[in-house]
Design a binder for this molecule. Structure first.
Ligand code: SF4
Ligand code: SF4
Length: 390
């Protein structure tokens, strides 16, 4: 494992994301603790020091799991990062905060109570890295509200030693949103977590975001480095192009090596759901081996050949609030497959598999309002339904 630095702290170049831990079959977001512990133990014994979670990952179970999983390790032997879910909160009366979106229905709370609940769940006295979760055009109203004063509150926690380093994650549409937020709270943040990979360089304007963050002299923590698995599982024609150059390398290794070439990137998070994935990724980060200029060009070609794909990262945010309990990312994968002549991975909507039947969508739009990729989900499902009828 090689290491970088964020604000003078040595961090492993590969971090373990705890949003896609192995799950118990048929039980929603419930974590398979035995398998997940194996992944954590492998990470700890192979030099990974950065562990990332958030209030709502795995329906709130991720922080609890990590708190228990790390108990056997000395607290100073790993770096813990979690996030404040302000992107799913609203101000109420008397200093109370209510939850919205996927967290709607949770009892009202205060900023202070929620932050300390996170510390308790993680069984720790402090977070090494703490982030505002998803600063975007939609969540600015909460994060910039002077009455809530979330940034000042977190800076106070930092003074008290409960936060070592403060940052924020962002799925903002525009790089300007990140720039404006950093300017408004100048000096408050020490790092930014963004979605970055060789496809999003163009479609999510990630290049401009990297430039903005670099101008502020900050380091980057990467999320969605393989775009929710899409870049780890390329269609055959694109994969053949890569294999012609490096026959032994997987698509995931190509994507991760592309990230190694960006100097501002300090940590690449990967939500590794199997031991095989973490074994391969640890090997990829044994030492820096960034793509050459020619390889970079080849990846750009691959990205351009997939620009028409619906950019779903399979984060599954949308599925939790779907009244019809539809498996939206699976249907989008099928849509992409049908449109681009790729394999359909057993996609066959029928009575036995109602969760993948787009004809059951009632068009309520609850999924689209939460999708961090701003995908027009009901429209895609309607089109998929028409394709099936044809
Ligand atoms: S459609 Fe959007 S919210 Fe749903 S899984 Fe894909 S990226 Fe996530
Ligand atoms: S629009 Fe369709 S897919 Fe989206 S939440 Fe509503 S029923 Fe589910």
């Amino acid at each position: 494992m090689y290491y970088n630095e964020i604000a003078g702290v040595k961090v492993s170049a590969l971090g373990l994301g705890n949003m896609r831990l192995p799950k118990v079959e048929g039980q929603g977001e419930k974590i398979d603790r035995e398998k997940a512990q194996e992944i954590v133990d492998y990470a700890m014994s192979h030099g990974i020091t950065y562990f990332d979670t958030a209030y709502r990952y795995h329906g709130g179970e991720s922080e609890l799991f990590l708190g228990e999983a790390m108990k056997k390790y000395p607290r100073e032997s790993y770096l813990l990062a979690s996030k404040f879910p302000g992107h799913m909160m609203e101000k109420k009366e008397n200093g109370m905060m209510g939850f919205t979106s996927l967290l709607a229905g949770h009892p009202d709370t205060t900023v202070d109570a929620l932050f300390h609940e996170q510390l308790r769940k993680c069984q720790t006295d402090y977070f090494d890295f703490y982030l505002l979760h998803n600063v975007s055009e939609k969540s600015l109203v909460f994060y910039n509200d002077p009455e809530i004063g979330i940034v000042d509150y977190l800076l106070e926690q930092k003074r008290q030693g409960k936060i070592r380093h403060l940052g924020f994650s962002s799925h903002a549409v525009s790089a300007e949103t990140i720039d404006d937020f950093l300017k408004r709270h100048e000096g408050a943040f020490e790092f930014v977590q963004i979605q970055l990979n060789y496809m999003d360089w163009k479609i999510q304007d990630a290049k401009a975001k990297v430039e903005v963050i670099a101008r502020h002299g900050l380091k980057i923590v990467v999320m969605e480095g393989v775009r929710g698995g899409r870049l780890a599982n390329l269609p055959a024609p694109q994969m053949e192009k890569l294999q012609a150059v490096r026959p032994a390398d997987s698509a995931a290794r190509w994507a991760l090596r592309w990230l190694q070439g960006i100097p501002e990137v300090a940590v690449v998070l990967s939500g590794m759901s199997t031991l095989d994935q973490i074994v391969e990724n640890v090997e990829t980060f044994r030492e820096p081996n960034p793509v050459s200029p020619a390889e970079k060009e080849l990846l750009q070609e691959v990205a351009e050949s997939m620009l028409s794909w619906v950019p779903c990262t399979a984060c599954r945010y949308c599925t939790e609030g779907c009244p019809m309990e539809l498996d939206i990312p699976r249907m989008i994968a099928a849509y992409n497959g049908l449109k681009n002549g790729d394999h359909m991975a057993g996609y066959k909507p029928d009575e036995a598999q109602p969760s993948i039947d787009p004809r059951r969508c009632i068009g309520c739009g609850s999924c689209a309002s939460i999708c961090p990729q701003n995908i027009r989900i009901p429209e895609i499902l309607q089109e998929l339904a028409q394709m099936l009828t044809k």
